[in-house]
Structures are given as C-alpha cells and as structure tokens.
Design a protein around this ligand. Structure first.
Ligand code: GSH
Length: 280
C-alpha cells in the first residue's frame, strides 16, 4: 500500500514559499503579466512564440509539414520562449496568450493580426487556413477532431500527472505515481488498439491528430519522455511503436523537432527559425 501522508490541509490554502521540484520557481496562483516586455516580430506571416516541448513541437511540425507540402504562405518566424526564465509572463506574451503557456501564434497573414493559443486550436487554425491535414467533412473530419481533442484532454494526465510525479516532484510519492502510471498505460492501450487497425491515428490519412499525439505518446514509446520507457513497459505497445517510427522518419518532423529547442544534443538545437536555411 502507498505510504500515508502526514499533511493536513489548512482551512484556507496559501501558496508555499517554494513547493520544491523542477519548475517550482515559475508556479504562481495568479494570471497576468509580471513585467513589461514586447515580443519580437519578424517578416513572415506567422509569428510563433514557443519552446520545443511536446506541446511546442506539434506546431513546428505542422508548419514544416505545410511548407514541405508546398504551402509557401506558411512561412514563419519562431521565437524562443524560455519558460524557466518566466518569458511567458511578459506583457507581450500575455497579450498573445492570456494563459501564459507556449505555444502561442500570431497570424499576421490578414489585415488584422489574429492571436491563436492552445496547441490544438493552433493546429486547427492552420489546417483550416491551408486546407491541409484535416479532412474537409464527414466521418473522416469528425474522427480527426475526436483524436485531436482526445490528445488535448488526455495528455495533461501524462505530463502534469505522471511526468510531474515520476520525474519532476521533489520526492517520489507512490500514490500519485501509481495513479498516473495507471492512467498513462490505459491511454497508451487506447491508442495501441486504434493503431492496430489503422495506419494513422484517424485512419488512412496523416492528419493534425497524428501531429498532436506523436510528441506525447510517440515520445513515451520511443523513450524520449521522462526516461520512463522501461518503467511503463512501453514495448507492450507495438502498434504505437510502428506508427511512432514512421512519423519520426518524416523529414518535416525531423525539422520541426529542432525548432525552438534549447536542450538536448547541440546539433539538434535551432533556438530561432527565420528561414528554411536555419534548418538546412
Ligand atoms: N493545453 C496547452 C498546454 C500548454 C503548456 O502546458 N505549455 C507548457 C510547456 S509544455 C508551458 O508553457 N508551461 C509554462 C508555465 O506553465 O508557466 C496547449 O496544448 O497549448
């Protein structure tokens, strides 16, 4: 059985001086900007403010896929947001995303700039704008959106739940690790069963659902997230592995993963992207 906690919640919660663990220094119980600082703006129609976390790479993969498919209107400037330094709380960032989380996109392709935040919303916005990677109607469109929203609703249990308590919390607590490992494995099984019957997540076509799901669940199965492949026995998910390997080999995915990366092997880090040549 899990160890017993000695913590008794007080009548009214107040924030601790520090909760410990990775990212504790950027946690606040309030929203809004902490300081005045404008965001930089480049010359391309799309301005992306991001970092190459699983949520961030969804968008750089999409932009690179659009460019690879010949949509030259998808040219973008990608600016690095260092979330551990609090850039997401600058006044400029909060104007683009009041939720202070990467990725955030400014679409300057029309007369008036349009802000787009939440990675799922960004993927849909780009897919609809270019008529790509999202079937136009009917069952195929519904199925793509089913899986896109499945990812958006499910992955917080993997990242904020399992990943947080397994990799980032100041101590290893059995109760939350058991709870979120259970849910993470259940979700992996949901996906494995779907991929047993379909080449891509939503069917025969590669879509924004694959782009949203691959960085999280592909990342887990390829051993790229939380160093948890053995702990979660990811070898059990052979259909996810087959799919994850196929997506990982796509040239646009290889390019997109490098954009706004400020960690990992040096040769894979492209802090800012302003032209295709930055990735060549
Ligand atoms: N649901 C959001 C989640 C975004 C998110 O959690 N971003 C994290 C990095 S992966 C972040 O910016 N964290 C900074 C913070 O919490 O202050 C999305 O998909 O866009």
């Amino acid at each position: 059985m899990a160890e017993q906690s000695t913590y008794v919640p007080p009548q009214v919660w107040t924030p601790p001086a520090s909760s410990g663990g990775t990212f504790a220094n950027i946690n606040r119980p309030v929203a809004g900007p902490t300081h005045e600082q404008e965001l930089p703006v480049g010359k391309h129609p799309f301005q992306l403010y991001s970092l190459a976390t699983p949520n961030g790479v969804k968008v750089t993969i999409m932009l690179e896929e659009l460019l690879a498919a010949g949509h030259s209107g998808a040219e973008y400037d990608a600016w690095l947001i260092r979330i551990n330094e609090g850039t997401q709380f600058s006044s400029g960032f909060v104007e683009v995303n009041p939720n202070s989380k990467i990725p955030a996109l400014l679409d300057r392709s029309g007369d008036t700039p349009v802000r787009v935040f939440e990675s799922g919303s960004i993927l849909m916005h780009l897919a609809e704008k270019f008529g790509a990677f999202l079937p136009k109607e009917g069952a195929a469109r519904a199925e793509t959106l089913n899986w896109l929203f499945w990812q958006m609703g499910s992955a917080p249990f993997v990242g904020g739940g399992f990943g947080h308590f397994y990799a980032y919390a100041p101590e290893k607590f059995q109760y939350p690790i058991d709870r979120y490992a259970m849910e993470t494995k259940r979700q992996l099984d949901v996906l494995d069963r779907q991929l047993a019957e379909h080449r891509y997540v939503a069917g025969d076509e590669y879509t924004i659902a694959d782009m949203a799901i691959w960085p999280w669940y592909g990342g887990l199965v390829l051993g790229q997230l939380y160093d948890a492949a053995e702990f979660l026995s990811v070898h059990e998910y052979k259909h996810i592995k087959r799919w994850a390997d196929e997506i990982a080999a796509r040239p646009a995915v290889i390019r997109g993963r490098k954009v706004n990366r400020s960690f990992g092997p040096e040769q894979d880090q492209v802090h800012e992207r302003h032209s295709a040549a930055d990735l060549d």
